[in-house]
Design a protein around this ligand. Structure first.
Ligand code: SF4
Length: 114
């Protein structure tokens, strides 16, 4: 279990205001569909289906292969895909997946792969 998620659980405090700098990179567990204009290293992408949709590869725990696991940050931030650039910190989708992630960790439910 990751530190920031556990913190809210153990204190009973409401979850902290979302900030990328203190998040477990929860959004980096979502499927990242690549656009033609995206320029990411080939070894970090996979062709997902018969339609040839390219997505970012994942590590064994479901995080995007570009996540630096030591710091839970994007290792290709300056060149991150378009969909990642559009993801809004603190917006409804961010809050929703953070809530799901926190709840699953607290209850010992295996994390969802999106
Ligand atoms: S490319 Fe970077 S920002 Fe996008 S999901 Fe992967 S680690 Fe996160």
């Amino acid at each position: 279990m990751r530190a920031s998620a556990v913190q809210a659980e153990s204190t009973g405090a409401p979850p902290p205001e979302p900030l990328c700098s203190r998040c477990d990179a929860v959004c980096c567990r979502l499927t990242v569909v690549l656009m033609p204009e995206d320029r990411v290293p080939r070894h970090l992408m996979v062709v997902r289906n018969a339609q040839g949709v390219e997505v970012m590869a994942r590590n064994d725990e479901g995080w995007c292969a570009a996540v630096d696991p030591l710091h839970m940050r994007c290792s290709i931030y300056a060149d991150r895909p378009t969909i990642c650039r559009r993801f809004a910190m603190g917006a409804a989708y961010c809050l929703d997946i953070r809530d799901t992630y926190r709840t699953q960790l607290q209850r010992g439910i295996p994390l969802t792969l999106y």
